[in-house]
Ligand binder design. Structure first.
Ligand code: FAD
Ligand code: DHB
Length: 395
């Protein structure tokens, strides 16, 4: 027997859960289907920085309460190169927008709680998920739950199932155009039990490669260093990690990196991907299912949130007034922001990382760019307005 819902959502990441929540607030029913367990979804450590617009969206949607209590609100970030540290005061440069540090899995926990409190339907731990009839007026999600075959008929399906997206692969060949680029480096990320080394994030460019100092909680810090994307976590002893971080973060004024037990290690590859269009028939792709950015600049989660904001408004206009303009324009509206996010992430990545093929010319050019960026108010403003988040097009 089939079940029915208005919007079937594949994936309980930030995109899927936020979409379900926004739809609920607009009086639109949804069912979220997720292959991982709730504990896995809530325990995956990923992004950390929220744009001002994302914070505002979560706040307006009634899921910002814990965020406002526990997040760190920073005026800006530091750029470090040639042993010197330069502050970019983004709050001043953008007329009040701040950098919010609040982990992705905390956003996820808040959204899962909001869905369950509202008796929302989120099915964790399902298997064999497939889409049917996305070209028809009655698409369906089929899957197995506790070994039992299930089918949910939907008016629309939102493919929010991340970068490997089964939903995207359900679109017939030849429909989508894929634009991508793979970078010859990755990030080695660690979580450390220690007090913060800095009051704001530090993005460091060094001859030995990029390093980033971020935070999660008063006694939990998050640090990253550029590495070979094919390297193995096991090749990096704690000692090797600290030695490398100390070198890349060293300053002329004797800044000290706070060290402590390393409680998590991960290597993340880096690439840029966009598929166009973000819609086929009754299937709408959102978040990493449609686009992936390299992490420098912290745009991934924020772009996912921006997509579902557009999608929720489009569904609202459709169900309230039968107005299909928002659904028709969904892909083009999102892609304008996505491409600006791609440009910014690519620019931050290539400015701060070192590639094996780089020559001394490339290094000198990077340093000149950083020198310009930290001395020109125009350049700083451009960095700041992209980092804290460009305005939404449809405000
Ligand atoms: P996801 O968070 O990937 O969620 C998709 C969900 O769909 C998952 O829960 C998955 O289990 C589920 N799913 C997958 N297939 C199916 C299926 N067939 N059926 C049902 N469910 C399915 N961004 C930053 O800005 N800064 C960072 O530091 C950063 N670090 C990252 C580290 C890692 C290891 C990764 C992978 C990404 C990182 N990102 C970072 C990117 C950021 O986390 C993503 O942009 C963000 O998670 C996108 O949200 P999403 O909801 O689109 O996709
Ligand atoms: C973090 C991740 C990013 O990609 C970034 O640019 C800044 C901070 C983080 O995980 O804290």
């Amino acid at each position: 027997m089939s079940e029915r819902t208005q919007v079937g959502i594949v994936g309980a990441g930030p995109a899927g859960l936020l979409l379900a929540h926004l739809l609920h607030r607009a009086g639109i029913e949804s069912i979220v289907i997720e292959t991982r367990t709730r504990a896995e979804v809530e325990g995956t450590i990923r992004a950390g920085v929220l744009e001002q617009g994302t914070v505002d969206m979560l706040t307006e949607a009634g899921v910002g309460e814990r965020l406002h209590r526990e997040a760190f609100f920073h005026r800006g970030v530091y750029l470090r190169f040639n042993g010197e540290t330069h502050h970019i005061d983004m709050q001043e440069l953008t007329g009040g927008k701040r950098v919010t540090v609040y982990a992705q899995h905390e956003v996820i926990k808040d959204l899962v709680k909001a869905r369950l409190d509202a008796k929302g339907d989120v099915r964790f731990g399902v298997a064999d998920v497939k889409l049917e009839g996305i070209d028809s007026s009655r698409p369906a999600i089929v899957f197995t739950q506790d070994g039992e075959a299930k089918r949910i008929e939907c008016d629309f399906i939102a493919g929010c199932d991340g970068s490997h997206s089964m939903s995207r692969h359900s679109i017939p060949p030849g429909v989508l155009t894929r634009h991508d680029r793979v970078y010859p480096f990755g990030w080695f990320g660690i979580s450390v039990e220690a007090p913060p080394s800095s009051d704001e994030l530090i993005y460091a460019s060094h001859d030995r490669g990029f390093a980033l100092v971020s935070t999660r909680a008063p006694m939990l810090q998050r640090l990253y260093l550029q590495c070979d994307p094919n390297d193995k976590v096991g090749n990096w002893s704690d000692d090797r990690i600290w030695t490398e971080l100390r070198k890349r973060l060293e300053t002329k004024d004797g800044w000290v990196l706070e060290e402590g037990p390393i409680v998590q290690k991960i290597i993340v590859g880096m690439r840029s991907v966009v598929v166009e269009p973000m819609r086929h028939g009754r299937l709408f792709l959102a978040g990493d299912a449609a686009h992936v950015v390299p992490p420098t600049g912290a745009k991934g989660l924020n772009l996912a949130a921006a997509d579902v904001r557009v999608l929720a408004r489009a569904f609202d206009a459709f169900y309230r007034r039968g107005d299909e303009a928002g659904l028709e324009g969904y892909s083009a509206t999102c892609l304008r922001r996505v491409w600006k996010g791609q440009r910014f992430s690519w620019w931050m990545t290539t400015m701060l990382h070192r590639a094996d093929t780089d020559t001394s010319f490339d290094r000198k050019r990077q340093l000149a760019e950083l020198d310009y960026l930290t001395t020109s108010r125009a350049a700083m403003t451009s960095l700041a307005e992209n980092y804290v988040g460009l305005p939404f097009d449809d405000r």
